[in-house]
Design a protein around this ligand. Structure first.
Ligand code: CAA
Length: 243
């Protein structure tokens, strides 16, 4: 390793889980650059922090991503840690699902992984060091009524993670995923109460998780000492689904 790993890039930085991950990384002394979509206000996180660490970027736009990442690498010299958090839902039964509901979710949750990860991974190869964590979902493992699009995208993340882990292994780069269960965020707020109650009753721990539950797991995986864990998925779901 050339330099101490300090620079972390997080997508979906203004979402419930992404924001918590940014804060957790900052609290451990990492320099955190958060990417967020223009539809999300840069709330909560930015008031006492430098604006240049919070960058508006559409992860679906490959040229914007490569420009932004080029600028980050020029300024900071490297990216040590990448946490791919950005994701959306368009929950609807498959019978009623439009091709837009399908395409938007697959595009944002899966296809966009290329746009961010490709330039970052190549920088990590140059530095012979990297930690990549992709946020999947319990529903990528088990499926969910009304989430054919979302579950397909989140399952795709496992193949992406494991294959990239093979390629990163000889370069000092680990690639892992985390599969959150139902976490207290605006995404679960949007689930009808009756459905959420039914899901909660199936969780052995009988409660939703918190964004901190996920952030703590990210901290574990991105640690310099987590060097022998790669191609792995960690379930953080209160026991909702045990593999
Ligand atoms: N299993 C089997 N059948 C079900 C069902 C289920 N879980 N839920 C509903 N149905 C049935 C209903 O009984 C109904 O049957 P009939 O037509 O025979 O009456 C039919 O399916 C239609 O049900 P709804 O009227 O509820 O359908 P809807 O179109 O109004 O809503 C939905 C469907 C949008 C998918 C709604 O159920 C929903 O929002 N579900 C939540 C999905 C979910 O868990 N999303 C997770 C979001 S959080 C997240 O994604 C983060 C993460 O990573 C975990």
């Amino acid at each position: 390793m050339i330099n101490k790993p300090t620079i972390a890039l997080v997508t979906g930085a203004m979402g419930g889980i992404g924001l918590e991950i940014c804060k957790a990384l900052e609290s451990k002394g990492y320099t955190v650059i958060g990417l967020y979509h223009k539809n999300y206000k840069s709330q909560n996180w930015n008031s006492d922090r430098k604006l240049d660490r919070l960058i508006q970027c559409d992860i679906n736009d490959e040229s914007s991503c490569s420009k932004v990442i080029g600028e980050i690498v020029s300024f900071y010299g490297k990216i040590d840690i990448l946490v791919n958090v950005a994701g959306i839902t368009r929950d609807v039964t498959f019978k009623k699902m439009s091709s837009t509901d399908w395409g938007d979710v697959i595009q944002t949750n899966l296809i966009s992984l290329y746009n961010i990860t490709h330039p970052v991974f190549n920088n990590m190869i140059d530095n012979k060091y990297g930690r990549i964590v992709n946020i999947s979902s319990v529903n990528g493992h088990k499926g969910q009524f009304g989430q054919v699009n979302y579950s397909a995208s989140k399952s795709g993340i496992y193949g992406f993670t494991k294959s990239l882990a093979f390629e990163g292994a000889s370069k000092g780069i680990t690639v892992n995923s985390i599969s959150p269960g139902y976490i207290e965020t605006s995404m679960t707020d949007a689930v009808p109460d009756s459905v959420l109650d039914s899901i909660k009753s199936q969780i052995p721990l009988r409660k939703l998780g918190t964004p901190s539950d996920i952030a703590r797991t990210v901290l574990f995986l991105v640690d310099v000492d987590a060097s022998y864990i790669t191609g792995e998925d960690i379930n953080v779901n209160g026991g909702l689904f045990m593999i």
